[in-house]
Design a protein around this ligand. Structure first.
Ligand SMILES: Cc1ncc(COP(=O)(O)O)c(C=O)c1O
Length: 364
C-alpha cells in the first residue's frame, strides 16, 4: 500500500467541479486583488467562528504579524508563547523587534501550561500567544484570566485549529485576537498561501484592514507602516467552496482519529483531547522512542510520517541570542524527541488505517 499523508489530490478531486467553477469566475472577472470573493469569504468566516470581524490575509505568518502590529508591539516588548510550535509563532515576534519569552507546555495537550505563565510576566510583557497545537485549543479561560489580571492581550495562534471548539465556543473567537492559516495541508487549506485574523474589536479590525494594504486608509494615503498582506481572490474563491464542506471534513477527520485511537490504545498512549474540547486533528501525533528507525521502516512500507516539531524553538540557532539552553523547557524537549505524526486526512480509509497501525505495532 502507498499511503498519502494529507491527500490533497483527493481533497481537490472530491469537489473539483465546484473549485474549477469558482476559480473560473475569478479568472473571467479578472478581479485578482480584493475581488468580491474576499468580502464574501470574510463574511462567511465571521459567521462560522461567531466573531464580529474576520480579515483575510496572505498567510498564517502574516496574520500573526498583522495582529501584533495592530497591538502596536514595539522593539523591547515581551510576548509570551511556547517553544513547542512552528517557527512562525515566535519568528513574527522577533521580526517586530520584540522578545519571545517561552513557557513550557502541558504534558498531555502539548499546549502552553497556564500555571507557568505568571512567573514570566514582567513590566515589558504585552501579550500572550497560546498555540492551539494539532487542532486543540489551549486552556483559554486560564490564559485569559492571567491576561486580564496583568492587562495583556491574548492572540490565539489558531493556525492548526480552525473549526475546533472550546467549551462549545469556536477557536478564533476566544481571545482579543486570533490568527489562522489556510496553508494547503492545514485542516482548511487553500491552493497556496492564505490566512486570516479574527477579532471582536472594531478598532483593531479597521487597523488590521489598513495594515494589510500598506497601512493605507485611502488610495496612496498611508496612516501606518504596513505590509502587502492581502489574500488572493483566487484563494478566497477556493476557500468559499472549502468552507461549505468544512464541518463534514472535520467530522471525517474526527472519525479517522477515533479509529486510530481504537487501533492503538492498547499499545501506546494515544493523543489526549480535554473533555471540554473538540479537535480538528490538524495532526494525529503519537510518541515513539526510536523515532528515526520507526519512520524509516514505515517509509519502506509506503507509510509517510512527519515530525511536528523536532527541535523546540528555544534550541533553534536563530534564537540563540535569547540565551536559552537545553533543560530550560523539559516537557517541550522530551516531546520533540519522540513526537511523530501519522497520516491524517478526511479520506483515510479503515483498510489504510488497519495497515498503518499493523505495520506500526510490529515496530514498537
Ligand atoms: C502553529 C502555526 N503558526 C503559524 C503558522 C504559519 O502559517 P503559514 O504557513 O500560513 O504562514 C503555522 C503553519 O504552519 C503553524 O502551524
Amino acid at each position: 500500500m502507498n499511503i498519502d499523508f494529507a491527500n490533497l489530490k483527493l481533497a481537490y478531486q472530491t469537489h473539483q467541479e465546484a473549485f474549477e467553477k469558482a476559480m473560473q469566475k475569478v479568472l473571467t472577472n479578472a478581479a485578482y486583488i480584493m475581488g468580491p470573493e474576499i468580502e464574501e469569504l470574510e463574511h462567511e468566516l465571521s459567521t462560522f467562528t461567531g466573531t464580529e470581524y474576520a480579515i483575510s490575509c496572505s498567510s498564517g505568518t502574516d496574520a500573526l504579524l498583522l495582529a501584533m502590529m495592530a497591538l502596536d508591539i514595539q522593539p523591547g516588548d515581551e510576548i509570551i508563547t511556547t517553544p513547542f510550535t512552528f517557527i512562525a509563532t515566535a519568528e513574527t515576534i522577533a521580526l517586530l523587534g520584540a522578545k519571545p519569552v517561552f513557557v513550557d507546555i502541558d504534558k498531555d495537550t502539548y499546549n502552553i501550561d497556564p500555571p507557568q505563565i505568571e512567573a514570566k510576566i514582567t513590566a515589558k510583557t504585552k501579550a500572550i500567544i497560546p498555540v492551539s497545537l494539532y487542532g486543540q485549543v489551549s486552556d483559554m479561560d486560564e490564559v485569559n484570566a492571567i491576561a486580564k489580571k496583568h492587562n495583556l492581550s491574548v492572540i490565539e495562534d489558531a493556525a492548526q485549529s480552525f473549526g475546533a471548539t472550546y467549551k462549545g465556543k469556536k477557536s478564533c473567537n476566544l481571545s482579543s485576537l486570533a490568527c489562522t492559516s489556510f496553508f494547503p495541508a492545514k485542516p482548511m487549506g487553500c491552493f497556496g498561501d492564505g490566512g486570516a485574523v479574527f477579532t471582536n474589536n472594531k478598532d483593531l479590525a479597521e487597523k488590521i484592514k489598513s495594515l494589510r494594504v500598506h497601512g493605507q486608509t485611502k488610495r496612496y494615503t498611508h496612516k501606518y507602516i504596513g505590509l502587502g498582506g492581502r489574500l488572493d481572490t483566487l484563494q478566497a474563491a477556493v476557500l468559499l467552496v472549502k468552507l461549505k464542506h468544512y464541518e463534514e471534513d472535520v467530522k471525517m477527520r474526527q472519525q479517522v482519529a477515533e479509529r486510530y485511537h481504537d487501533l492503538l490504545k492498547d499499545v501506546l498512549p494515544t493523543p489526549i483531547v480535554k473533555e471540554h474540547n473538540t479537535s480538528v486533528w490538524a495532526q494525529y501525533s503519537i510518541r515513539v522512542a526510536s523515532r528515526d528507525l520507526v519512520q524509516q521502516k514505515l517509509k519502506e512500507k509506503g507509510i509517510p510520517t512527519a515530525v511536528h516539531y523536532p527541535t523546540p524553538l528555544h534550541l533553534q540557532e536563530c534564537f540563540g541570542y535569547l540565551g536559552y539552553k537545553m533543560g530550560d523547557f523539559p516537557v517541550s524537549e522530551e516531546v520533540s524527541a519522540e513526537i511523530m505524526s501519522l497520516p491524517m486526512n478526511p479520506y483515510l480509509s479503515q483498510d489504510e488505517q488497519n495497515y498503518i497501525t499493523e505495520e506500526l505495532k510490529k515496530l514498537l
